[in-house]
Design a protein around this ligand. Sequence first.
Ligand SMILES: [Zn+2]
Length: 377
Amino acid sequence: MRQKTLFIFGAGASKADRAPLQNELFSGIFKLLEGVKNYQDIQLNQAFIQELKDFLYKLYPINEEPKNNIIYPTFEEVMGLIHFAIIRDESFMGVHYKNLSGYLDSLITLIANILDKKLKKAPGINKKFIMYLYESFKRKQKSIDDNEVINEFINQNLFLNVNYDILLDSALYKLVKKFKKGVDYCEEIHNPYPQKKKIRLFKPHGSLNWLLCKSCGKFILGGERKIAMSYYNPISTNSDPNIQCDFCETILSPLIVPPSFFKELHNKLIRNVLINLENHLKEVENLVFIGYSFPEADLHLKYLFKKAQLLGGFRKILLINKKDKDKKKEDKPYYYNVKRSFPGVDLIDLTYEIPLPNGLEEDSIEAIVEKISEKLF
Ligand SMILES: [Zn+2]
């Protein structure tokens, strides 16, 4: 029977904790390469910077534009072009194809570095939201036994996060650790899925707290530690990563699916996450989109949601996003992308019912959770 709720956290949810949005990431990377102050304390090797600069400015000579006229390319476009060249087994003039996958790795290294740096002093908005959500859920339960309440919370609420950062992960760990429970990333296939009594968090684009041995398949979970940085930090200083699998001694790899129109979803772990998400979606009745605009670049997710919808449908969809006083909600992607994907489903946009303009932010959490609780719990 469908009765569960899936919370979908997009870049806007991490933005609340000061993570850059996708479209800000690329300007962030150019600023980082140019040594702009804000990013100066990220350790980067000069040869690494120069190589990446040469490559990016070859494809996008924006350094020749007047300073006030620069429009940065999107991440999806740059990654998409590199992917496309790799798939077609071709080079760009002056950029040999054998170097292309190295540039992909370098760009992801920079994203990881920027996220790592920017989120060191995260104000804890994700944590506060999860705590309030749980407390509000608890107030609506008949039982007053803490263990029963957390089990019911875990059973009824699933989480999907398209971000690489571990803001939501840390928030969920903080909640469940009090009850001696963990987070289940659903990276293994079970049929039927066991009641592990762990809170389920799907990360279909990978996570900075994951490392994987691509030789023996061992998966290492860093919990609240961004263990993937032990792979990325050496790359940015032009040395080789030295993190070995303790079983087969192969160098471990991170698992980050770059933002691109051609997402590589072949990795076994990512495939498992998507298969498990598809299976769990059959039990989901309500969707809550937080800071996520359901873009076309995430067609693989649109596909799974469409299949689930045809199998019985969703009852309610709640939207929480940033207000834009110059635009009607009907003209905002977060609204119309969802509206046109789920015709006939009760779509409740809470964005304009929240007193503050930025969606998820410190002083609006209470109001947001109250609205969610009113509609769902
Ligand atoms: Zn191994």
